[in-house]
Design a protein around this ligand. Structure first.
Ligand SMILES: Cc1ncc(COP(=O)(O)O)c(C=O)c1O
Length: 296
């Protein structure tokens, strides 16, 4: 586990120690939150005797890519249900091409049905068509995704104490797992990568309730750093990533960690964090997505 100090003028002015937890380096093929979210689910799938994993994602989904790689590594078959029937007749983008190379069977679903994918009758019809499988929700965020993310906290505490743990949010499963790991101590800050993400608060509480039997109050979710919407890479955000890489030698991903760091630096400038405190931002990986944006 590597903890990298980020010397940023905004942090120095605010009197805050800013550290980057390089969780993107934690697994060569399932980096960042992917390995953490999948590990207990993979065990459960195997315990239940499943030979196939089925999951859902958009065309650039880091989660689909991770499940395909996990299938190759564990010998489980994988099926990816992809949002957008129209993609069926188009050349595969790099994420989907790589997933297929890893052995994932791709099934394209029209957007209206995709929206209803977790309704029992829609899911039953999919399993009827595609065969029996251990089903992972979109983003891999179910109750079993939480313990793997929770384990990050004691690992981090062997390196440093801290006041605030920051993470980018898509479905909120990773943040929910961190809350379980924090056990109500210290603070967590989630920064949503998608627009209109207020619903995540309810989802995160539901996940911690399911996994740990309680909700937590030591966290906040910022929904104002989505930069125009999910997977919108503005020229400003791209320039931010390039400059960040020059300053720190670290590449952020275009969808999640870039927005998180931009948000943290803005919050530092606003005096959001207590002077003298230590803030740890988690690099959750996601670099495979760059190929879909024509590189950095
Ligand atoms: C690189 C990266 N960081 C953060 C997240 C957010 O994770 P979650 O969906 O658990 O909120 C994702 C989502 O899949 C991701 O790919």
């Amino acid at each position: 586990m590597l903890l990298q100090p980020l010397h940023e003028p905004a942090a120095d002015r605010a009197g805050v120690q800013l550290l980057l937890l390089r969780d993107d380096l934690n697994h060569p093929e399932l980096p960042g939150n992917k390995w953490r979210k999948l590990t207990y689910n993979l065990r459960e799938a195997q315990r239940l005797g499943h030979s196939t994993l089925l999951t859902f994602g958009g065309a650039y989904s880091n989660h689909l890519a991770a499940v395909a790689a996990a299938g190759r590594l564990t010998g489980l078959q994988t099926v990816g249900v992809v949002r957008g029937e129209e993609l069926r007749n188009q050349p595969l983008n790099s994420t989907l091409a790589r997933a297929r190379q890893d052995g994932m069977r791709l099934h394209f679903l029209d957007r209206a049905t995709y929206r209803r994918k977790h309704q029992p009758e829609v899911l039953a019809a999919l399993l009827q068509e595609l065969g029996p499988a251990y089903v992972l929700p979109e983003g891999g965020s179910n109750a079993l995704a939480l313990p793997g993310c929770a384990e990050l906290v004691p690992e981090l505490l062997t390196l440093t104490d801290f006041d605030t743990l920051c993470v980018a949010c898509g479905t909120g499963g990773t943040l929910a797992g961190l809350l379980v790991g924090l056990g109500g101590q210290r603070e967590a800050l989630g920064i949503a990568a998608l627009k209109g993400a207020d619903f995540l608060r309810t989802d995160i509480n539901a996940l911690t309730q399911q996994a740990a039997g309680r909700v937590y109050s030591n966290w906040t979710l910022r929904t104002d750093y989505h930069g125009g919407g999910y997977a919108r890479l503005t020229p400003e955000l791209r320039r931010f990533v390039q400059a960040f890489q020059q300053r720190h030698g670290v590449l952020l991903d275009p969808i999640y960690t870039s927005k998180m760091l931009m948000g943290i630096l803005d919050l530092l400038a606003q005096g959001h964090f207590r002077r003298g405190s230590t803030v740890v931002a988690i690099h959750t990986g996601g670099l495979q997505a760059w190929a879909g944006f024509g590189g950095v």
